[in-house]
Design a protein around this ligand. Structure first.
Ligand SMILES: *Cc1c(COP(=O)(O)O)cnc(C)c1O
Length: 263
């Protein structure tokens, strides 16, 4: 249990972030993922008590440990570096809701194979895109909307998920983006990373529709609408991301406060 002071602190930050999300939202109801890496289970429990269901974690072991002791109603989003050899551990977490950092067919195949047959819903998958081109960021190359390339790595991975991974659902795309983009952007400036993810999303959607179309369309995107979702925006830039049309924002520091450095 978090202390009363700590709970009150978390709830206040959560309320503030929620209202800022609401104010910045241009359409629909975006998902706020509370990023809880390095934070104790008691912090998550306090948030959960306030109706927060979506939490994001970066480390497989940490996620596994927390999922065991926290409520089964929680929807866990894995947002850390994904290694194919961790697919089994991740797939065994019954309330794992999404993996936002997929970048390889190998990992997709491993996940699809490892997911238990009795799982009632497919695991949501977002493909990570390196929109800033920085070496330090993982992710596949964006697509150019002028000439969407049917052989691009991203298109191939999307096709692989849609055609050969029935236990996965390609829900959309995710980017981290460059920090400078948010620091240097003035009010009204467009964030180049967010615009890039949007172009890539639109290009991928048209490639998929052209290739499959018809009823196959039900196999990707948001349940019901088939829209490919975008996960972009963190504590420092979630408002800009929402203005650019983000569907999923991932906020850690803004809710839980600064993180200790990993030893
Ligand atoms: C840690 C992390 C976040 C949250 O970052 P904050 O700046 O603390 O909001 C979001 N997305 C990813 C991929 C992360 O690793």
């Amino acid at each position: 249990m978090a202390s009363e002071t700590r709970s009150a602190e978390i709830l206040e930050s959560l309320q503030e972030i929620r209202s800022r999300v609401q104010l910045a939202t241009t359409s629909g109801t975006p998902t706020l993922v509370a990023v809880s890496k390095y934070k104790p289970a008691s912090d998550i429990q306090a948030c959960f008590g306030a109706g927060q269901l979506d939490f994001g974690e970066n480390y497989v072991q940490e996620l596994e440990d927390k999922a065991k002791v926290l409520p089964a109603e929680i929807r866990w989003h894995f947002i850390g570096t994904l290694q194919s050899n961790k697919a089994k551990v991740l797939a065994a977490i019954p309330n794992l809701y999404s993996i936002q950092t997929l970048t390889s067919t190998k990992a997709a195949t491993a996940l699809n194979k490892a997911l238990p047959e009795d799982r009632t819903t497919p695991l949501n998958i977002l493909i990570q895109i390196n929109t800033s081109g920085e070496d330090s960021k993982s992710g596949l190359h964006p697509l150019d909307s002028e000439t969407p390339n049917a052989d691009a790595e991203l298109t191939q991975l999307a096709r692989h998920i849609v055609t050969t991974c029935p236990r996965l659902r390609l829900q959309g795309l995710m980017t981290i983006g460059a920090l400078e983009q948010s620091l240097n952007a003035g009010a009204g400036d467009l964030n180049a990373d967010f615009e890039c993810l949007k172009r890539t999303r639109d290009a991928l959607a048209s490639v998929l529709s052209a290739e499959f179309g018809g009823e196959a369309k039900a196999r990707w995107g948001e349940e019901g609408t088939g829209r490919l979702l975008m996960s972009m925006g963190m504590s420092s830039d979630f408002e800009a991301a929402l203005k650019a049309g983000s569907d999923i924002v991932r906020v850690g520091t803004g809710i839980f406060g600064a993180r200790a450095k990993k030893q």
